[in-house]
Design a protein around this ligand. Structure first.
Ligand SMILES: [Zn+2]
Ligand SMILES: [Zn+2]
Length: 133
């Protein structure tokens, strides 16, 4: 599927890091077509005596991550590499490294710190190791 070479065409450096981006329209079409073939085979092989196989909806671009590899000379920043990049970000811009040419999707929002409450006098939080009475 994805060839594991540096994203920079012609660069022969060994891939050292990777991040992910959304699939292009052509890649998505290939993935959906392959999934449809797989499902058709399952349906064709299904026992007619049994209930028909059920499938989840076909994947969309939002379900798919395509790996982008970079050699140690052409990476984007580590912060950017934690994000999912746009489909058009197949090739970061050389002059912009370690930035890239797209606006990545936001990573999962940071988990909010646990809310702190002030317990009434005399109340304590049971430690998890103690079995409940
Ligand atoms: Zn490279
Ligand atoms: Zn990008």
């Amino acid at each position: 599927m994805t060839d594991r070479t540096c994203w920079l065409t012609g660069c022969l450096g060994a891939p050292a890091v990777q991040w992910s981006r959304r699939p292009s329209e052509a890649e998505l079409a290939n993935i959906v077509a392959a999934e449809q073939v797989r499902r058709d085979e399952i349906i064709a092989a299904a026992d007619p005596e049994q209930p028909a196989p059920q499938f989840d909806p076909l994947p969309t671009a939002a379900d798919i991550h395509v790996a982008v590899h970079a050699c140690s000379e052409h990476p984007i920043s580590m912060d950017l590499a934690t994000l999912t990049h746009a489909a058009t970000c197949t090739t970061p811009l050389l002059g912009k490294l370690p930035s890239c040419g797209c606006t990545p999707e936001n990573a999962a929002p940071p988990t909010p710190p646990p809310a702190t409450v002030t317990l009434p006098t005399g109340w304590v939080i049971a430690s998890p190791e103690e079995p409940a009475p």
